[in-house]
Design a protein around this ligand. Structure first.
Ligand SMILES: [Zn+2]
Length: 433
């Protein structure tokens, strides 16, 4: 048993501040919160936090660890005039250049970066068309080696021919079958986007979703092209089309949704599915902004491959909404971020997102010492204008320290030295494609 003694516990949803409080962790669960718990648990391994802050771990609800080695890319990329050209010239070249070793390296960097930022769970969407079979197990290894929680899927698509599509389906089935022995990793069934999936492929995916009981994770309406393609080819809006294949339910994770229409949003809410807002990626790709985000009942936040720093991503989401003249508060955005915990609850069947008894012990210890009072009335404002990943000192996932006093249990310099070499190799392979 671990006893985090004398901490300041901050819960954001609902907001609550408890000073000089102890947290007792047994196995992967918080078993008690209170004062002087050492009297109750004299044999626990006690750590004096000296009033440092304990907050629930953060969730990144849409990410692509396969793109971790894209930072500062020096490959030759043809200029792109639109979103689809950018996919073709950049991202679909990068994913085709990945092999098992490069994907493992990308996964390790993604996981280390996430943990360092206080992100304790990542919902990942993988694509590696020349290494499909076994790709999710390689990523699982990178998650597990670092103790990071994850929901993993393979992006099924028709863009790599019939074989590529079938291999994606098979990998999804195999992986969903293979994770019964872990409570750290879950599986989703992935799809690229409506415009790269035929009706036959959606039917096949629907069967896998039904058979496995896992949720569907797909990009929807990231660019106008996706919405137009669906109307022009199928005379349906994107979500009408997905819904006609029974792909939308309470476990569905839909990324972006900028070009969803009113009807789509109604279907989304009716099916209790999640929409994941990725503000930095949307701004970077200049694809637009969903002004009606407040109409979405289950809105979560993701990074779409730009690291996994949820303090930063949530801040961007808030500032962008102000620029767009939306009347949303810091509290609204903290609540959006917290919806990621609902995704975890629906996949893992456990409680997430609070430092409270019976909740999963996914926690961060921060050395945030604000110059102004921090009370339950202003936790969201402190989250958006004060807290940052710089304050993350230690991280506990599933009841285990995976990052302690700003140090990992593994020698990370070795991982980063290797990843620099891997990045050069990846970029060279992209140039040769
Ligand atoms: Zn994405």
């Amino acid at each position: 048993m671990i006893l985090l003694a004398n901490g300041t516990i901050i819960n954001f949803n609902p907001a609550r501040v408890d000073i000089n409080t102890d947290v007792a962790i047994e196995g992967n669960k918080i078993v008690a919160i209170g004062k002087r718990l050492a009297l109750q648990y004299p044999n626990a391994e006690s750590i004096d936090l000296k009033e440092k802050i304990i907050i629930p771990g953060l969730v990144c609800s849409h990410n692509h660890f396969y793109s971790s080695l894209a930072r500062g890319m020096l490959a030759t990329i043809k200029p792109s005039g639109n979103f689809v050209e950018m996919l073709e010239n950049l991202w679909w070249k990068l994913d085709r250049a990945l092999d098992d070793k490069l994907l493992y390296c990308s996964g390790m960097i993604g996981a280390l970066d996430a943990i360092k930022s206080g992100t304790t769970a990542v919902v990942d969407h993988n694509s590696s068309p020349n290494f499909i079979k076994g790709s999710l197990s390689v990523l699982r290894e990178a998650f597990e080696e670092n103790g990071l929680r994850g929901i993993l899927c393979y992006e099924i698509t028709d863009r790599n021919g019939k074989t590529g599509m079938k291999d994606g389906l098979q990998e999804s089935l195999d992986f969903a079958d293979s994770i019964k022995d872990t409570d750290l990793i879950e599986a989703a069934i992935g799809g690229h986007a409506s415009f790269s999936l035929s009706d036959e492929s959606l039917k096949n995916i629907s069967e896998v979703v039904k058979k496995t009981g896992k949720g569907f994770h797909i990009h929807v309406g990231e660019d106008k092209y996706d919405a137009d393609h669906s109307e022009e080819n199928y005379s349906k809006s994107i979500l009408e089309r997905l819904d006609s294949f029974n792909l939308l339910n309470g476990k569905s994770i839909l990324a972006h949704g900028i070009w969803l229409n009113e009807k789509d949003l109604q279907i989304l809410n009716k099916r209790k599915s999640f929409l994941v807002h990725n503000p930095r990626s949307n701004m970077n790709n200049h694809v637009g902004y969903l002004k009606s985000i407040s109409e979405v009942k289950n809105l979560a936040i993701g990074t779409d491959g730009i690291g996994a720093d949820m303090f930063e991503e949530t801040r961007f989401a808030y500032f962008k909404s102000k620029e767009e003249n939306l009347n949303l508060s810091p509290g609204d955005f903290v609540n959006y971020l917290w919806s990621g915990n609902k995704i975890l609850e629906r996949y893992f069947n456990k409680k997430f997102g609070k430092v409270a008894k019976d909740y999963t012990a996914d926690l961060i210890i921060c050395d945030y010492n604000p110059p102004t009072p921090l009370t339950k009335e202003n936790t969201a404002e402190h989250f958006l204008f004060g807290f940052s990943s710089k304050n993350v000192e230690s991280v506990i996932i599933n009841g285990r320290f995976v990052y302690c006093d700003r140090a990992f249990p593994i020698v990370i310099n070795r991982v980063y030295n290797k990843s620099k070499k891997s990045a050069i190799k990846l970029w060279k392979k992209m140039d040769e494609l």
